[in-house]
Design a protein around this ligand. Structure first.
Ligand code: SDX
Length: 436
């Protein structure tokens, strides 16, 4: 970042001396007012619950222009990456800053492939869960448990430890998600197969059984790979900020990523894809497209507490570019599977059409986000609704790791420790029990 030819002057009406604050600019996007000296110079904090106007860090990884509906991974538009690259090329880009050439891609793919197995002890953690445990409860436990197996690489300040942990986490997440699924359906775990692609291996571990050969569908493999690309990173969203804050204490990468998994689970964040599909199924049960108008009235009624899941975004005030690509992938997969008339897809398209013309949504700039169509395509692939957010966590792991490693490598980084506006009781004395 560099000093802008601008500065901010903060003045106060109560006679507190005004102060000048430097303004910094990045390569693109809003400038920032540097308030690091504010408390020292004024004894005051800024106040920004939800961080609507607060930059928590500087980063060179992902840029979002919410007004334009633009998403860039290391400068490359998501539309080009999703159609011209695969997920492991995108992982290389996010981790190291550039797309790999043929040799670098082969080397990176080999490294990831050779770390896809998990320690045999990992399977015993699942036995403690009920078979109907939510997959995100299982994933939060399994990812945190990984830190118990890699004492050789838990020093986050060691670049080699960070590198091998990144490879291990990217490689093992599909294996763990598939194990969570197999455990829920009472089938044996399937080991990874090194000759398969990253997405193909996940399909194999999810849907193959020891009883018969499983043939990976190239269309589903490509669709899943694209879903992973679309979910890979998204600047300082809630779970990435959680990973950064957790990692800032110096804890190991596996524990920090487990914190990200836990945060992603929430329905306002990564849990929205599961909530969106449940919403579509509810409307379908109640009558489908004929019931859309009635449902939308509930959404617009503040007292109903009903939200149109998969719609709206803190940053995008235009169409989420990922939602467009997800809708296209939806159409391709449904056509390939002969499900063009899938009622839930038709219902989602009807909801979107109404929302994009309704002033409640237009005035609030609410558009479909990445979660609106992702559930429909995952369901068509055969992934159960409860596993959608675990698939999101699988894909987002590379973004979490890239952001964590960027923070640790930043000489300016410190342990994150926000302050507060205190509104509770000021000092008071404890009375003896008999006098309370
Ligand atoms: C993800 O941050 C990221 O980048 C996240 C993510 C990523 O890749 O990491 O993109 C992934 O989390 C996508 C978002 C998935 N969540 C959902 O689809 C859940 C439904 N959406 C909402 O909960 C909401 O839109 C949020 C949480 C996504 C954004 O919330 P904000 O920015 O705090 O916006 P807000 O709640 O202040 O909404 C502004 C207005 C409010 O109405 P008013 O008070 O102005 O009258 O819009 C309304 C909200 O009530 N609103 C909605 C709505 N979303 C916002 N009303 C109905 N349905 C919705 N979905």
């Amino acid at each position: 970042m560099k000093l802008a030819d601008n500065k901010a002057t903060l003045s106060f009406s109560n006679g507190t001396p005004s102060i000048d604050l430097p303004v910094y600019q990045g390569s693109v996007g809003p400038d920032v007012v540097d308030i690091r000296k504010l408390y020292g110079q004024t004894g005051m904090f800024t106040y920004d619950p939800g961080f609507l106007s607060t930059a928590s860090c500087q980063s060179a990884i992902t840029y979002i222009d919410g007004d334009k509906g633009e998403l860039l991974y290391r400068g490359y538009p998501i539309e080009q990456l999703a159609t011209q690259c695969d997920f492991l090329e995108t992982c290389h880009l996010l981790l190291y800053g550039d797309l790999p050439n043929t040799q670098a891609k082969a080397d990176f793919t080999k490294r990831v492939t050779n770390h896809t197995m998990v320690n045999e002890q990992m399977q015993f953690f699942l036995r403690g869960f009920r078979r109907d445990a939510h997959p995100m409860a299982i994933m939060t436990g399994l990812v945190g448990a990984l830190s118990a197996f890699y004492h050789d690489s838990t020093d986050i300040n060691n670049p080699e430890h960070r590198e091998i942990s990144a490879i291990r986490l990217i490689a093992k997440m599909p294996t763990l998600v598939a194990m969570a699924y197999k455990y829920s359906v009472g089938q044996p775990f399937m080991y990874p197969k090194n000759e398969l692609s990253y997405a193909g291996n996940f399909l194999h571990m999810m849907f193959a059984t020891p009883c018969a050969e499983y043939k990976v569908s190239p269309v589903l493999e490509r669709a899943l790979d694209r879903i992973f690309i679309l979910h890979a990173d998204h600047e300082q969203n809630a779970s990435t900020s959680t990973v950064r804050l957790c990692g800032s204490s110096g804890t190991n990468p596996f524990a920090a990523i487990a914190a990200g998994v836990a945060c992603l689970w929430g329905p306002a964040h990564g849990g929205a894809n599961e909530a969106c599909l449940n919403m579509l199924e509810d409307i379908q049960r109640q009558g489908g497209v004929a019931k859309v108008a009635e449902f939308m009235e509930k959404v617009k009624d503040k007292n109903s507490g009903v939200k149109l899941m998969g719609f709206g975004h803190r940053v995008y005030k235009n169409y989420d570019p990922r939602a467009k690509l997800m809708q296209e992938t939806c159409k391709e997969v449904l056509a390939e599977l002969g499900l063009e008339n899938d009622p839930l897809f038709k219902l989602a398209m009807a909801l979107e059409k109404i929302a994009l013309e309704d002033d409640y949504f237009v005035s609030r700039k609410l558009y479909p986000n990445v979660d609106f169509y992702s559930g429909i395509v995952q369901r068509a692939i055969g992934i159960p609704t409860g596993l959608f957010t675990a698939v999101f966590a699988l894909a987002r792991t590379v973004g979490w790791i890239a952001q964590l490693n960027e923070m640790i490598s930043d000489p300016e980084y410190k342990i994150g420790r926000p302050r507060q506006l205190f509104t509770g009781s000021a000092h008071r004395e404890v009375k003896p029990l008999a006098k309370r």
